[in-house]
Design a protein. Structure first.
Length: 307
C-alpha cells in the first residue's frame, strides 16, 4: 500500500497525481491511497482511479484559497496531508509514501521548524542518518548537505557527513537497485577539486581523509572529481552514483539532463519515500498543462522499491 499526498493545494501536485494515476501502467503497479481534499482532487479527476482509495481530510472545507498562489491555508492543508500519511506509515497501514510538492514557506506559517519533507520525515521516525538521493534511470546522485545557505556549506561538509552519505548510498544501491559492487564518484567542493590545495583545502583536509575511511569499510569510492565535468556522459556512465557536496552542485547537472524523469528518494527511512524532483510550479498550476512524467516515475519507483 503506497500513500500519496497531494502536496500544496495551490500547486501542480494534485494535477500531476491525477494525470499519473489515469495511466494504466501506473495505477496497476500497487494499491494506492490518496490523501488530500476530495473537493480539490475532483477538479482534476471526476472519479477515484480503480484500485485506489481516497482519504478526504476536508482541510479546505469552507476556506477560500486560490490555485496558483501560496498561502497559510494551503500550507496547513499540505501539512495535514503529510501528518496523516505519517500516521498510516506508523500504523503499518501503508509501507511507502509518494509526496506531492509543497511550499515550505507556507508550511512554516503553521510549523515554524519545517525545513522540508526529508528532514520532517526523519524527525518523525527518529532517524538520525538519512539523505536526499536522486535517480533518473541509471544516473543517480546524493547530496552531502541539503537545504542550507551556500555560505554555510564549507563548515557543514565534514568527514562524518561524507562517510554517512557514502554508507547510505552504498546500501541503497545494493538493496534497491541490486548493484553488487557499486562505484561512487565523489565531487570536490572547490573549483577543479581544489587543485591540490591551491583553490581551497577542503579536499585535502576533509574529503580525501573521509574517502580513505570509506574505503576501509569496503565501499568503492573514487575522486574527488571536479564537479564541472562529472556529469558529462563519458564520465558519469562509469559510476553508479555521484556524491555531491551541496544541493546545487549535484542537482543542476542532473536536472539539466533528466528533469522530467528525476525522482527524489529519502534514503535511511524505515519505508520507501519518493517524490518528483520539481516544486509546486504555482505559475502553471490549475492550467492543465503540467507534465506528470516525474510524478509517474516517482510512483513507479516507490511501487517497485516497496515490494
Amino acid at each position: 500500500m503506497i500513500a500519496i499526498t497531494l502536496g500544496d493545494p495551490g500547486g501542480v501536485g494534485p494535477e500531476v497525481i491525477a494525470k499519473a494515476l489515469k495511466r494504466d501502467e501506473i495505477k496497476s503497479l500497487a494499491n494506492f491511497i490518496i490523501i488530500g481534499d476530495w473537493s480539490l482532487y475532483s477538479k482534476y479527476s471526476a472519479r477515484i482511479p480503480t484500485g485506489c482509495g481516497f482519504i478526504d481530510t476536508k482541510s479546505l472545507n469552507g476556506k477560500n484559497f486560490k490555485i496558483g498562489e501560496a498561502s497559510k491555508i494551503t500550507g496547513q492543508a499540505a501539512f495535514d496531508y503529510l501528518n496523516l500519511a505519517i500516521k498510516l506509515l506508523k500504523e503499518k497501514t501503508a509501507n511507502g509514501l509518494v509526496t506531492g510538492p509543497v511550499c515550505k514557506e507556507s508550511i512554516r506559517g503553521c510549523s515554524s521548524n519545517f525545513i522540508g519533507h526529508t528532514e520532517y520525515l526523519a524527525e518523525s521516525f527518529k532517524i538520525k542518518k538519512f539523505g536526499m538521493f536522486f535517480s533518473a534511470g541509471d544516473v543517480r546522485t546524493i547530496v552531502v548537505t541539503r537545504h542550507i545557505p551556500l555560505k554555510d556549506v564549507c563548515k557543514e561538509v565534514t568527514q562524518e557527513k561524507i562517510i554517512t552519505a557514502a554508507k547510505l548510498t552504498d546500501e541503497a544501491l545494493v538493496k534497491f537497485f541490486e548493484i553488487k559492487r557499486p562505484k561512487i564518484a565523489v565531487c570536490g567542493l572547490n573549483p577543479h577539486a581544489g587543485e591540490g590545495g591551491k583553490i581551497g583545502d577542503e579536499e585535502t583536509k576533509v574529503i580525501i581523509p573521509a574517502m580513505k575511511k570509506i574505503k576501509a569499510f569496503g565501499i568503492n569510492v573514487e575522486g574527488p572529481f571536479a564537479a564541472d565535468t562529472i556529469f558529462t556522459p563519458n564520465v558519469i556512465s562509469k559510476y553508479d552514483c555521484v556524491m555531491a557536496m551541496y544541493h546545487d552542485q549535484g542537482l543542476i547537472g542532473l536536472k539539466t539532463m533528466h528533469f522530467n524523469k528525476l525522482v527524489n528518494i529519502t534514503v535511511g527511512l524505515p519505508f520507501i519515500r519518493t517524490s518528483p524532483a520539481h516544486g509546486t510550479a504555482f505559475n502553471i498550476a490549475g492550467k492543465n498543462i503540467a507534465d506528470p512524467t516525474s510524478m509517474s516515475e516517482a510512483i513507479r519507483l516507490a511501487a517497485k522499491l516497496a515490494k
